[in-house]
Design a protein around this ligand. Structure first.
Ligand code: SF4
Length: 401
């Protein structure tokens, strides 16, 4: 049985127990959310992750962060991508996606699967494209290969089909389709005249997903088949349209966990797209998005370096946490973290501040970079507002005489 089928039978699988413990939630409650498709816990029965905690994505759980890594046809070092995956996890990524399109894709994927203990996702279609096998069989061979290798979740562009392309042609967008998988699917449709194989033979796709207990971006039929499903949403949305867009997607998919890249709130900031995406990520998270894909400073410009990946991971984690401060079910825990930092600041307790920081090393490095060691900091020095206020309070200011 798949995890979802077990949950539907009222059983609490070890993954549900583990994810519930991580979130401080009752396992039975989490099992009900998994059974209803409101939460997914990516796993592949072929992949062993000894000692690793399960990752739940969806309602009543903290907003999770995925980080993309992967080779390109210009830069195809498996070692670099494995190193980036490890760096992302060390920076707190909840999941990693291998989007490799260059070199030996099977090798990179298997190395990443071994290198990290978080759920690993892929886009199997890239394999078919690189193998120059954009045929119906090629689509499914790639999916099955990834499933056999132990991939925990996959992106399948089921929504890109003849019908949606017809609507796109009638109502064109400036950049058409910007998703790599989407454009490859378009290529298949235009060259063969056939519909998207993942859409046309969706039951076969579900059978593969069920066999390996993969999570995919499918909803009603996936749930009926006992396959966990997430939905991936748009990556470029003006700030004032994000809430409506998230709520509409949640409504249409009956609360399926929603996965977003960004969304980026403006297009004019190449080099800073991790920031424009984080702005959108906060708004989306507040509106109900569950899974944010990290964007790096090199988005739209270059294959990210390891430092880009680390920066993107932290910035996206900040967005996820900012959303969690308002998120039902996790708000109190999220606020407790901020409170811990506020108390350390009020005490000018620098070690406490480092410990509470999302990236302690960065905070410590900036604090000490000029070598000036005082109990305040070089911002206000002797005029430290915190110290002056504390001294005034200790002298009894504000107390009734
Ligand atoms: S010196 Fe200024 S910035 Fe630094 S801790 Fe004190 S109040 Fe804050």
């Amino acid at each position: 049985m798949t995890l979802m089928q077990e949950a539907k039978c009222g059983r609490v699988a070890p993954e549900i127990e583990s994810a519930a413990r991580r979130e401080g939630l009752e396992p039975e409650k989490l099992a009900r959310l998994v059974a209803a498709g409101r939460v997914v816990i990516p796993r592949n029965i072929r992949r062993e992750r000894p000692g690793a905690m399960a990752t739940g994505i969806g309602e009543m759980l903290t907003t999770k962060v995925n980080v993309n890594v992967g080779t390109s046809q210009s830069l195809d070092s498996p070692e670099n991508e494995v190193e980036k995956a490890r760096a992302a996890v060390a920076a707190g990524a909840d999941a990693v996606m291998d989007l490799s399109t260059g070199g030996d894709l099977d090798l990179v994927r298997c190395q990443i699967l071994r290198a990290v203990s978080v759920p690993v996702g892929t886009v199997p279609l890239y394999n078919a494209a690189v193998a120059k096998d954009l045929s119906s069989q090629g689509f499914f061979n790639a999916l099955e290969k990834h499933a056999k290798d132990g991939v925990d979740f996959v992106t399948v562009h089921v929504g890109v089909n003849k019908n949606s392309l017809e609507r796109l042609a009638n109502d064109p967008r400036i950049m058409g389709v910007v998703s790599r998988g989407g454009s490859l699917t378009m290529k298949y449709i235009s060259e063969t005249g056939e519909d998207n194989p993942y859409y046309k033979e969706y039951d076969y796709l579900l059978a593969i997903a069920r066999e390996y207990d993969l999570a995919g971006e499918l909803v009603k039929r996936a749930r009926e088949a006992g396959v966990q499903a997430m939905v991936e949403g748009p990556g470029h949305v003006p700030a004032d349209e994000i809430e409506t867009s998230v709520k509409a997607m949640k409504h249409l998919t009956d609360g399926a966990p929603l996965y977003l890249l960004g969304p980026l709130v403006t297009d004019i900031a190449p080099g800073y797209d991790h920031i424009t995406a984080a702005m959108g990520g906060v708004i989306a998270g507040m509106a109900g998005a569950d899974f944010l894909c990290a964007t790096t400073p090199s988005e739209h410009l270059d294959l990210p370096t390891k430092d880009d990946v680390i920066e993107g991971t932290y910035v996206t984690r900040i967005a996820a946490h900012a959303a969690d401060l308002t998120r039902p079910g996790v708000r109190d825990r999220a606020r407790a973290w901020d409170l811990q930092m506020a108390k350390a600041r009020a005490d000018l307790d620098w070690q406490g501040q480092f410990q509470s920081a999302i990236n302690p090393d960065r905070a410590r490095q900036i604090r000490h970079r000029r070598g000036v060691e005082t109990d305040t900091c070089t911002m206000c020095s002797e005029l430290c507002a915190i110290r002056l206020a504390k001294e005034a309070m200790e002298k009894g200011v504000g107390q009734k005489r």
